[in-house]
Ligand binder design. Sequence first.
Ligand code: ADP
Ligand code: ZN
Length: 702
Amino acid sequence: MEEKQLFGALKEYFGFDSFRPLQKKIIDAVFKGKDNVVIMPTGGGKSICYQLPGILLPNITLVISPLIALMKDQVDGLKVNGIAAAYLNSSQSETEQQQIIADVEKNELKLLYVAPESLQFVDRFLTDGKVSLIAIDEAHCISSWGHDFRPAYTQLGYLKKRFPSTPVIALTATADKATRKDICQQLNIPDAKIHVASFDRKNLSLEVRPGTKRLEQILQFTEGRKNESGIIYCLSRKNTEDVAAKLKANGLKAEAYHAGLSHLERSRIQEDFINDKQQVICATIAFGMGIDKSNIRWVIHYNMPKNLEGYYQEIGRAGRDGLPSETMLFHSYADVIQLQKFAANAKNEAVQMAKLDRMKQYSEALTCRRKILLSYFGELKKEDCGNCDICRNPPQFMDGTLIAQKALSCIYRLKGKEPITVLIDVLRGAQNEGVLGKGYQELKTYGIGKDISWKDWQLYIIQLINLGYVEIAFHLHNHLQLTPMAKDILFNGGKLELAKNLDQKEIQAEQSKTTKTKDNSLFEKLRQLRLGLAQEEGIPAYLIFNDATLKEMEKERPMTDEDFIQINGVGRKKMEDYGYQFIKEIIAFNKEKRFKKKPKKSGNSHKETLQLYTDGLSVEEISVSRKLAPSTIYSHLIKLYEEGEKIDLLQLISKADVDAVRKAKDEIEDPKGLKTYYEYFDEALDYWTIKFALTILEKEEN
Ligand code: ADP
Ligand code: ZN
């Protein structure tokens, strides 16, 4: 497949100017007819890896997907991009199915989504030559090693036997090696090329906060984010309801989602969330699994998850559109104890405990959190990330000997028979039943830690546990006990350092500064427009344009079709369907604000391109060398050509195409931008070909 065609289709159908890491390599391998296994994190951009080849290959691409509920959204998403797609599953009527089969037989569909259960159905009318590509989404479902095993997936191995010359592409976000091997084996693609993308999701900020006054902290957090979608994960049903109620009382559209709700209620909540009718979901169970909503701006863990796999998958639901998104985890000691109890009762106790331990280490980390997280997934980073709370506010250490002595001697006096809450109460001289009832006010250590807040004590004691001076007797009501190491501090003059608690208020103030969006911004106007359109069409708003695309519109303020289609995320069909309304909104906004469009910084970027072009580099080479998208280079070349530089556009398109466009130009009476040409050619010519030809013709005329 030619470069230009590939980039042309990427722009035309998806509106994107460049590929994400690995996408191009994978697509090239598909066109070479190879089998491929793709491992990419959630939001990494797996779909394009089979959708783009699906569009360009001559016959149909079968997409096997386990999530029936998701198929409709996926197909809707393709249709709004002007791609002929359909799905087949058990939810449809016989007539609907017959219609689709008829379309397949006429070769009128590019992509067909099928649930594994419905495969026999397809088998009847497809022959080897008719299937160009087989894509297997969520391929980890085939493996009983994985966390999401689906028995129906185990039958998929027959596909390769049935269609031996059709390439298979299997995709998953599950990284572990056992699953990977299983996928190749069971799908009968032993020689598949395995592509593993980085699991680093740089746009997700990571933060862990002490779990005190969580509700207040959440309210503060959502304060400046009234229009943003978010998920709050809780351990208990009651928590989900409390949090949702509190948010509602504060004017947010929030709802609880848990196993106690009927199936119907759950799907309604999910629908409302997808369609931006509900803003915040407080969920206990796997909410968000199988939804592609790309504009989830934040994820909060009200409670600690039981392992890092779960945690990463859950935060991964934020920011699929690549825009900065926030994640926050509340760390509480009580949660750890609760989870330890769960783990202790589980079948594979040792494994679960070890996983929980890693989760704990992550939450209590004093070094870059992303490094810890990625190392867990086998990815080792040298640099700190700069986008986690530790990187932004590195902990400062202080001499913690005196604090430690107070805590340790208090544990000693309590005879190792009290949990952390009572210990802190005694240190702080509290006068409650737990203290007075047992006469602890008589202890020598009663009230010796008054000067330190409850929250700080909690942090210090957790550090003492992590440093090995104190341990938790899980089987004895979580009492804190001294370890032999404690002697060193208490009796032998040993010293230790503790990380200071940084002032949360300062940190939060700093963070909220960067994220607030104004209600009267152009972005907000465009968002409302998008919502209205989505409701009319009955599809999720993010399928029309994602947030990243709206942000770019806000920044670039395109006011003509030609400028509009330059926006990343605007393909041809979407420009035709929605361009007019969005442009109208932008123009209206500009008038209202008397905003003068800033002249585009032209700089000398295209001159640099010229230099490389004159040196004889191809478009792709220039693009690689300048780290710019090929389409940017194309537009430079056009600009240079118009300015009279020696650029041979005819190297990039054929004479026949120029002639065709010349003929079109003569025949079309009143051309309205590129749109008219697309229609004229019935989509047979891509964006850049038309653009180049028109540029050449214009020059000829002058
Ligand atoms: P995954 O299936 O791996 O979770 P998706 O295929 O749903 O990820 O892609 C995630 C998001 O990234 C989508 O909103 C998609 O439009 C966007 N995306 C994918 N590829 C690109 C690209 N090359 N340029 C810009 N955005 C992209
Ligand atoms: Zn970091």
